[in-house]
Design a protein around this ligand. Structure first.
Ligand code: ATP
Ligand code: MG
Length: 468
């Protein structure tokens, strides 16, 4: 058996306690995997043969400032330090029934415990017991699969996935995060067992989706989800983007692969989960708005508007937050064409001002999304778009410095209007307020109190109102 030295003094300390209490304990799962992959990990799982709660309690006493919690019914305990979250669990054996991914659990041996793990690379254990410190247990050749970058289930993959279908999502998520290949039989089994995903809660599925989205190259995961048939079940709107239609020899681009390219592009520049979601959803309404026109060919008029309106339904279905994060995604989907439209036309100050006003503080994210959206293979077009785009960027900066429109509140407020004309809330207040704001955005008057005030008086006069 190979022997490894676990560097951190914490493990010596735990091992000491294991010896004192005459138990057996093993570091297991994700931490061991990540240790060999040289990835930082703050979650440490420890399997104990015997009472893990006593062990954890002693450890917590020796670590000043740590938190200790335990769940007697489950025989698990947690010790939390500034750097680590260490979970102690008794070795267990699991048996599944068909309707739930929650197994019946009973105490088991270390072998039972390793056998219930999802993948060979997650079934490695390092011994912390007296006389065996640092020894690796690798019953399923997980180290071999780690080196060869392979995701493989320890037992029959169909049974593994059918028992707990969340493992299908986990397989694809690990393949994406780690840039691993899912072994052939295992991949086939996902295709066969895909319908079983129906017994997994939306929250757990979305957790895995978010981890895929936050991976270095998220398209890897979405292609696997698509190819296995899982995507159609968990996220039908995205699945619908796939495909190319051809009429009279004219076809449009495949919006699924285009979307994935945009998502990969943006992922090179940001770790913001919600900006990545905006990239994933920016063209979501293309299937619903697709038309063929003899003169124009394929069009997707209004897909940005419809797409933005589809976001709440999708977020609700996926149990994503229905708060300002969702609003942010909606806003970016709605505005995603604006910078590029600007870039194609002559860039006027007023168009730029309007964009700045509508995007507010999210203007930089919007520009990033828009830049990521340029996926044309035509080098000439690409260069032209890029150049125009840079022009828009320069113009944005100029206008922002001059007019300070970002997060701007128009100088004439509803209150001022009501006070000036001695009127109560009503239609006229809105008319005057909008008129003044639009005049500033269009550049008919300057962005200052004096000019706005004068315009307010003029507009009031037109409506038959008089200052009091
Ligand atoms: P990460 O923490 O990056 O999500 P992880 O592998 O540590 O990855 P956890 O959910 O923390 O994942 O689980 C810890 C360990 O528990 C795993 O390494 C694996 O051995 C086991 N495990 C977790 N979920 C399952 C599951 N659904 N089926 C079988 N074993 C699982
Ligand atoms: Mg973990």
């Amino acid at each position: 058996m190979e022997s490894f030295f676990i560097q951190h003094p914490l493990f010596r300390q735990i091992s000491q306690l294991v010896t004192e209490q005459n138990k057996e304990a093993y570091i297991i799962g994700g931490y061991v995997r990540d240790y060999f992959l040289k990835r930082q990990s703050k979650d440490i799982d420890i399997v104990v043969l015997g009472d893990g709660i006593q062990l954890a309690k002693k450890l917590a006493e020796q670590l000043p400032g740590s938190d200790f919690a335990y769940f007697k019914n489950f025989g698990t305990a947690m010790v939390k330090t500034a750097d680590y979250e260490i979970e102690f669990v008794g070795a267990r054996k699991e048996s599944y029934n068909h309707h739930s991914r929650k197994p019946k659990v009973e105490p088991g041996t270390l072998d039972d415990d390793l056998l219930r793990r999802d993948f060979t690379i997650n079934a490695l254990a390092i011994n912390l017991s007296a006389g065996h410190f640092g020894e690796l247990l690798d019953p399923f050749n997980g180290l071999h699969d780690l080196h060869n970058k392979i995701i493989r289930t320890p037992g029959n993959p169909e049974i593994t996935y059918s028992d707990d279908p969340l493992r299908m999502m986990r397989a694809i998520r690990f393949a994406t995060q780690l840039n691993f290949i899912i072994e052939e039989q295992s991949l086939l089994a996902i295709k066969t067992e895909k319908e079983r995903i129906g017994i997994v809660s939306k929250e757990r599925i979305t957790d895995e989706l978010n981890k895929i989205i936050l991976s270095p190259k998220p398209s890897v995961g979405f292609k696997l989800l698509f190819d296995t048939g899982l995507l159609a079940l968990i996220f039908p709107e995205l699945n619908k983007l796939y495909g190319v239609e051809n009429v009279n020899g004219k076809s449009h681009k495949d919006n699924f692969y285009h979307t994935l390219e945009v998502l990969d592009n943006i992922s090179e520049h940001t770790d913001n989960l919600w900006l990545r979601w905006a990239a994933l959803l920016h063209d979501i309404a293309k299937p619903a708005t697709k038309r063929y026109d003899v003169e124009q060919g394929w069009t997707f008029h209004g897909h940005e508007d419809k797409g933005s309106r589809m976001v709440p339904h999708i977020f609700r279905q996926l149990k994503l937050p229905l708060n300002e994060k969702m609003k942010y995604v909606q806003k970016l989907v709605l505005l995603h064409l604006r910078p590029i439209v600007l870039a194609k036309e002559t860039v006027t100050d007023s168009a730029v001002r309007r964009l700045l006003f509508e995007a507010g503080d999210d203007i930089d994210d919007l520009m990033m999304l828009c830049q990521a959206d340029i996926t044309t293979k035509n080098e000439y077009k690409k260069i032209r778009y890029r150049n125009n785009f840079n022009l828009v960027k320069t113009k944005l900066k100029e206008v922002e410095e001059k007019d300070r429109i970002r997060n701007w509140q128009p100088p004439v407020t509803g209150e001022l209007i009501m006070k000036t004309f001695g009127i109560s809330p009503g239609k006229n207040v809105g008319i005057i307020k909008d008129f003044v704001r639009e005049s500033i955005l269009d550049g008919h008057i300057g962005n200052n109190y004096e000019e706005a005030y004068q315009l307010m008086l003029r507009k009031g006069h037109e409506l038959g109102l008089h200052p009091c």
